[in-house]
Design a protein around this ligand. Structure first.
Ligand SMILES: Cc1cc2nc3c(=O)[nH]c(=O)nc-3n(C[C@H](O)[C@H](O)[C@H](O)COP(=O)(O)OP(=O)(O)OC[C@H]3O[C@@H](n4cnc5c(N)ncnc54)[C@H](O)[C@@H]3O)c2cc1C
Length: 422
């Protein structure tokens, strides 16, 4: 063991959740000794839609790091398609608590490297090509964390807190004897990049295109414009249905490409197809353990309606640092209390939002309900704003909201039109 390396916090995984955990600890308390380890050599690719919204912008702004988004083109609207070709375009609504109602689409190869570089610039010890292999507990209540380095040698480091930020197949989570999400609470999705010289012309502007219950029955497909002619496309569905219907993810992507072409989008050079799992927040494991915490996908934090996970992962890292940094510095015995209050703050902030998104997911899994929702939303601005807020913000269903939506669902469309025109 490297005896000289005694860390306050060791983070396994340098994706957005892990990197923002490191940034948050260092910004809140520069004296802490933080080590961050990843099995990959950065920049590294990650299968993703690459869309980051107001939440991520706000998380970067918290510590003055929004400059990493400079010169990126802004996406200003969403276009939703449902069964029977119902399509609606809507501006990204003004979101609560956040100043920026825009979205950026930045390939994760690049975005994650930029966030990791922010952590590296803060005197965080970073170790790439270090694969986590396990941890043990010492008599003095510290932990020994072991890794295999690029040469295949084992190295062990001592720490006060261990953070599992190692993504959807988290080994740290496994070592805590926590099972993975069941297939019902997981999706499988595939991402690819294409070039499209006419995408912006077809959608009239930089618009995120979502297709619900069309190419992927009970799932959704997307086309998100990045820089120039680069478009991130993909498709996903709940894993339980995917297995039950014996689907092939590559064939699903081919079908979606055909749908895009049928809408007039020129699709060139389909490349870098990559599929991966999305553990939904509708079933979260315990995040707080004895001197160990889970953040990001390792703690199943993905929005079950939109598939968004970067924001929740980054925010969980901040909440963990906020609730524990003083306790670590003062070497107080109640660090576990801080880890527990991290879990409490996270749940307090997001539980109702996740529940609302899980309910919306159930509605959107029915082609009939999707069609009905989009028909209502095409007439009623409040409904479309609410759907888009669930996608990008922390919106939650209140009893009043359920009541209003219920009435709109049950009312004939002609009546809604008359009310709208009044
Ligand atoms: C197809 C698809 C589309 C998506 N689209 C979006 C989207 O548009 N917007 C959005 O916000 N979210 C999206 N998501 C979800 C998003 O990708 C995740 O929520 C996000 O990456 C979670 O960040 P993280 O830091 O927790 O994990 P990750 O980004 O997965 O990072 C985990 C890190 O841990 C490292 N690691 C893993 N195991 C070990 C080990 N044993 N030892 C050391 N290091 C290890 C990995 O190399 C990796 O760098 C999508 C997901 C998928 C699959």
């Amino acid at each position: 063991m490297k005896q000289e390396e005694i860390y306050d916090v060791i983070i396994v995984g340098a994706g957005p959740a892990g990197a923002n955990t490191a940034i948050s600890y260092k910004k809140l308390n520069p004296q802490l000794k933080i080590g961050i380890f990843d099995k990959a050599l950065f920049p590294r690719d990650k299968s993703c839609g690459d869309a980051i919204g107001p939440g991520v912008i706000n998380a970067l702004k918290r510590f003055g790091n929004e400059h990493i988004l400079d010169s990126e083109p802004e996406v200003v609207s969403t276009t939703l398609f449902g069964p029977k070709n119902i399509g609606i375009q809507n501006y990204i609504p003004e979101v609560q608590n956040k100043e920026d109602s825009v979205v950026y689409v930045i390939p994760r190869l690049d975005l994650d490297n930029r966030i990791f570089n922010l952590a590296k610039s803060l005197d965080v010890d970073s170790f790439e090509e270090y694969r986590y292999s396990g941890f043990t507990r010492n008599y003095d209540e510290s932990l020994n964390v072991s890794f295999k380095n690029a040469s295949g040698e084992s190295e062990t480091f001592k720490t006060t807190i261990l953070v599992g930020a190692d993504g959807a197949n988290s080994r740290v989570r496994k070592d805590l004897n926590l099972s993975q999400n069941t297939d019902w609470h997981k999706a499988i999705a595939i991402r690819a990049y294409i070039d499209s010289p006419n995408y912006l012309e077809i959608f009239k502007e930089r618009s995120l295109m979502f297709e619900i219950n069309v190419s992927a029955l009970r799932g959704y497909a997307w086309a998100f414009p990045s820089k120039g002619t680069l478009i991130n496309i993909g498709i996903g569905m709940p894993l339980s249905l995917f297995k039950k219907e014996n689907k092939n993810i590559n064939e699903m992507l081919d079908d979606f490409v055909q749908t895009l072409e049928s809408r007039g989008v020129i699709v060139e050079d389909i490349r870098l197809e990559k599929s991966y799992m999305l553990p939904f927040a509708s079933s979260r494991p315990k995040l707080a353990h004895d001197k160990v915490a889970l953040v990001g996908d390792a703690g199943s934090m993905i929005n079950p309606m939109s598939g968004e996970g970067i924001f929740y992962g980054m925010e969980s890292g901040f909440l963990l640092a906020e609730n524990t940094h003083e306790l670590i510095q003062n070497n107080r015995g109640d660090i576990n209390k801080g880890i527990k209050s991290y879990e409490k703050s996270f749940n307090k902030r997001f539980s109702k939002h996740y529940l609302s998104c899980a309910l919306a997911r159930l509605v959107l899994q029915s082609p009939y309900m999707t069609q009905r929702l989009l028909s209502v939303a095409s007439i009623d601005q409040h409904t479309i704003d609410f759907v888009v807020e669930l996608l990008f913000d922390e919106a939650r269903l209140t009893i009043k909201e359920v009541f209003l939506l219920g009435i709109k669902f049950l009312s004939p469309l002609w009546l809604l039109r008359i009310i709208k025109n009044k």
